[in-house]
Structures are given as C-alpha cells and as structure tokens.
Ligand binder design. Sequence first.
Ligand SMILES: Cc1cc2nc3c(=O)[nH]c(=O)nc-3n(C[C@H](O)[C@H](O)[C@H](O)COP(=O)(O)O)c2cc1C
Length: 193
Amino acid sequence: MNSPHLSHRRRRVLYVIACGSPLARNVGRLVDLAQQDSWDVCVVTTPDGAKFVDRASLARQTGHPVRTHYKNPGDPDVLPPADAMLVCPATVNTVNKWAAGIADTLALGLLIEAQGLAVPIAAVPYTNSAMAAHPAFRASLDRLREWGVRMVFGDHVVPLHPPGTGERHVDAFPWEVGLAALRGTPRPAAPVG
Ligand SMILES: Cc1cc2nc3c(=O)[nH]c(=O)nc-3n(C[C@H](O)[C@H](O)[C@H](O)COP(=O)(O)O)c2cc1C
C-alpha cells in the first residue's frame, strides 16, 4: 500500500528530447525505461527529429502531447515543468548550437533555459565517425561538460559507425545509459497539488 505521504509527492518530470537521427524512431524504448524508473515522461523533438518519430504513439505512451515547435504567443503551456532533461539522440547540429547558446528550436530553447535554472541535463550524442571528428563538435562536448551537462559519449557507450551506416546500429543502442547518468539527481522540493 502507498503511504499517504508518498502518494502526495508528484512524479518527477523528464523531458526526453529527440533530434534528427534514425535512432529517434525507437525513442519509445527510452520512454518505457524512464517510466520504469518512475519518471513522468514528456517527449520533445527537434523539427528534424519529428520526421523520425510516431507522435501519436508517443503521446499515447506518455499521456502528453509531443512538442516540436515554440507555442504561439498567448497559448498555454501544455507540458508540466521539467525536473530533468535527457537529449537522446543528440545530433552534432543540436550539440553545436546548444554550446553556442542558439535557441532557434523549441528543444534548444528548453535546454538553454534549463541550464540557467540548474535543471539536471544529460545528453547522448549519436552520430558517425566523420561528423564526430569535426573540431567544433569536440569543443562543444567539452564546453557542455564543463557547464555541468552529463555528456554520455565515447567508444565505451556506442562505437562510432562509418557514414551512411547509422540505421544498421540502432537496434544495438544502449538506451539506459542516459537515464543512468541522471540517477541521483535531486527530487523536487515541494509536492504539488
Ligand atoms: C537519414 C538521416 C540520418 C541522420 N542521422 C544523423 C545522426 O545519426 N546523427 C547526427 O548528428 N546527424 C544525423 N543526420 C543529420 C541531421 O538530421 C541534421 O544535421 C539536422 O539538421 C539535425 O537537426 P536537429 O539537430 O535540429 O535535430 C541525419 C540526417 C538524415 C537525413
């Protein structure tokens, strides 16, 4: 039986942010694992990430609409505030823009604001060996790490694949690594409702 005290504590909200990679097609697996970890999950995609996901299925799975674009002025917020964010898959493009403070997609705007609010953030980049070799990407990873982002990247996570072969490796992706990086993050201080 739930204790009355615990039943008043709201579930922690995790924004899963999916960028434009074929890996985003399977982001429902991450949602499933996060829900098993007791997160209330909301999915946000970049405009290119939206091309890969099944919005209706993710909305059913999470109970929240999938958001991609900034709302119009005056529109209400449809998602609860985030207690943590996990960017997975994170593209080279989004990582570089994020490190430069560019907020031209909803996903980036949320991330940049979250950093200012000290919301815990983890990111799992997924890309090929050629794109990963670009010096700007390496510099962006270092900057974001320095600023406290839990950047989960390297051959120990996912070995880099040759260009054009990303689709072949999606089934072997270890979806739990980003969630593991967020474990131990503080719970919200006050219960809501
Ligand atoms: C089929 C396809 C697969 C792609 N896979 C990746 C990928 O795995 N990683 C990556 O960094 N970029 C990948 N890209 C490139 C990104 O989709 C592109 O840079 C896009 O601008 C990313 O936008 P976003 O960062 O806003 O999601 C892929 C592009 C296409 C068309």
